[in-house]
Design a binder for this molecule. Structure first.
Ligand code: CAA
Length: 265
């Protein structure tokens, strides 16, 4: 059981690696992932994060059913809260996150992918919330994030049936942003991450902060925050570099200086 972190320039790739190539998410594995995310969060040189699964079968086949089989109600609550903490750490990661879904993303695996900003997948990938087949509802955010992503009608169908959705359908539903042959997934995910990382990191983070309020259903606060973050960017090195580079007809080079946090209260 491991969570591997590989950094290349401004992109961190976090790989889930556990049981039987299915990357089942036992408690220990979640703890490792949470630690990795907390560490990367504090490192502003990481401008984009990719989350994927080891091997060719699975991104993650869900929470560990063996571990859950005998849980009591308080233990079940703790298990849900642990999963929420990890999914929230992904959703609230201050820079963009990409799930590179290299096979099954089931139950808790789907829920971690749904907590990422963008989902790329292989042609063989399948995603599902199969919890009701196990006598439980989704417990790591699936009821909320899938519903927000694809709307209540399609989310209801997928959550009530638990059926596995293949890559083409997931693409049509808007669960996956794009689908690639397996041997191109990581290359495409890295290209996308590098494209994001080449932009102003403080502007991208600001956009993510404002977009989070849209996702949370707070459009008024979202617009107020957007205006404040937009304004706070003026006079920063990144705004000057971005606009000067445009006017000088050259590519901008963003060094990663953050805007003064006092300016964006
Ligand atoms: N937890 C524990 N063990 C699991 C597991 C899981 N989520 N998924 C697979 N395994 C185990 C199997 O029990 C099996 O163990 P043994 O070798 O000891 O028998 C081993 O992994 C290999 O599994 P399969 O033989 O089933 O492999 P397969 O290739 O035929 O099928 C699969 C792969 C489609 C992923 C299938 O294993 C499967 O459907 N797994 C369960 C997926 C699931 O229901 N996930 C949701 C869990 S609930 C959840 O996540 C709740 C939540 O909201 C947080």
């Amino acid at each position: 059981m491991a969570v591997d972190v590989l950094r290349h320039r401004h992109v961190a790739t976090v790989t889930l690696d556990a049981a039987a190539g299915l990357n089942v998410l036992a408690r220990d594995q979640l703890g490792l992932l949470l630690d990795a995310l907390r560490g990367l969060r504090e490192d502003p040189s990481v401008r984009c994060l990719i989350l994927t699964g080891a091997g060719t079968k699975a991104f993650a086949a869900g929470a560990d059913i063996r571990e859950m089989a005998d849980l009591t109600e308080p233990e079940g609550l703790a298990y849900a809260r642990l999963g929420h903490a990890v999914a929230n750490a992904l959703e609230g990661f201050p820079r963009p996150t990409i799930a590179a879904i290299n096979g099954y993303a089931l139950g808790g695996g789907s829920e971690l992918a749904l907590a990422c900003d963008i989902r790329l997948a292989t042609e063989e990938a399948q995603i599902a919330q199969p919890e009701v087949m196990l006598g439980i509802p989704p417990g790591w955010g699936g009821t909320q994030r899938l519903t927000r992503l694809i709307g209540p009608g399609f989310a209801a169908e997928l959550i009530y049936t638990g059926r596995r959705v293949k890559a083409g359908e997931a693409l049509r539903l808007g669960i996956f942003n794009a689908v690639y042959p397996a041997d191109r997934l990581m290359e495409e995910a890295t290209l996308l991450a590098e494209q994001i990382a080449a932009n102003s990191p403080s502007a991208v983070s600001a956009a993510k902060r404002a977009m989070a309020l849209a996702v949370a259903g707070q459009p008024d606060a979202g617009l107020a925050t957007e205006a404040a973050l937009f304004a706070a960017q003026f006079g920063t090195a990144e705004q000057r570099e971005g606009m000067t580079a445009f006017l000088e007809k050259r590519k901008p080079v963003f060094t990663g200086a953050e805007p003064d946090p006092k300016a964006i209260r």
